[in-house]
Ligand binder design. Sequence first.
Ligand code: AP5
Length: 225
Amino acid sequence: MRLVLLGPPGAGKGTQARALGALWNIPQIASGDLLRSVVGDGSELGKQAHRYMDRGQLVPDELVLKLIGDRLGQDDARGGFILDGFPRNVAQAEALSGMLKRAGTRVDRAVAVIVPDEEIVRRISGRRTCKNCAAMYHVSFEPPHKSGICDKCGGELYQRADDAEGTVRERLKVYAGTTRPLFDHYGRHGLLKQIDGVGRTDEVEKRILEALDGLLPPAKAGAKA
Ligand code: AP5
C-alpha cells in the first residue's frame, strides 16, 4: 500500500502512520523526521533547513524532494509506505507522482485527518518525543510511565522547539495556505478520503482503516479470503 496521510500539524499523522505501518509491515516515511535528522548532523544543509523549521515555514522543495527520493529508493519502501508530512504542497505532490510513475507505481489513497485548531494546540503543547527512538507521548493523553523517560528504550523525552505557541500558529497558517490545497489535488484524482481525527487513537485508526476500504492489511485480507 502507498498511502499519503494529510492533516494539520499535531493531527496525529505520525501516531497513525506508525500504527498503520506496523499493520502492513511497511515503513512510515516522515519528511519532518528526515529533516530533523539532517538538522541533527550539523551540516550546512541542516543549518539551512533549521532556519525554516524554527520559523514554522516549509523547507525548500529541492532539499525535501532529495531526502524523500533517497528514502523511497531504499529496499524496505519498495513494497509500500506511509507518507507522513509529505507532500506539503502541490509541487511536491506532482514530484511524488513523477517519482512513483518512474518506478511503475502510484499513490493508492490520500487520507486527511481533520482536527480543529483548539485540539491541535492541546495536542502539540503536551507532545513529548524520545531523543533516542523517536517514540511519541502526550503528557495527558498518553503519558510515559515515568515522567520524562521513554517507556520503550529509557531515552530522554523532549519537547520540539517548533512546538512553541507562536511557531505552531505559523505552521497552521502555512498549512491552510499551502498544504490544504492538496485536498483538491487528490480529490480531483479520486484518491482523497477525509476522516475525523478527534477521539482515541484506536478510534481514529479504525476510521482510517474504513477509509481504506478494499486496501486491507495482510492479516485481515488473509482472514477474508
Ligand atoms: P512535521 O514534523 O511534519 O510536523 P507537522 O506536520 O507539523 O506534524 P506534527 O509532527 O507536528 O504532528 P502529527 O500530525 O505527526 O501529530 P503527532 O502524531 O505527532 O514538520 C515539521 C517542520 O518540518 C515543518 O514545519 C517544516 O518546516 C518542515 N517540513 C516537514 N515536512 C516538510 C515538507 N514536506 N516540505 C517542506 N518542509 C517540511 O501527534 C501530536 C501529539 O498528539 C502527540 O503528543 C500525540 O501523542 C498526540 N495524539 C495523537 N493522536 C491523538 C489522539 N487521537 N488523541 C489525543 N492525542 C493524540
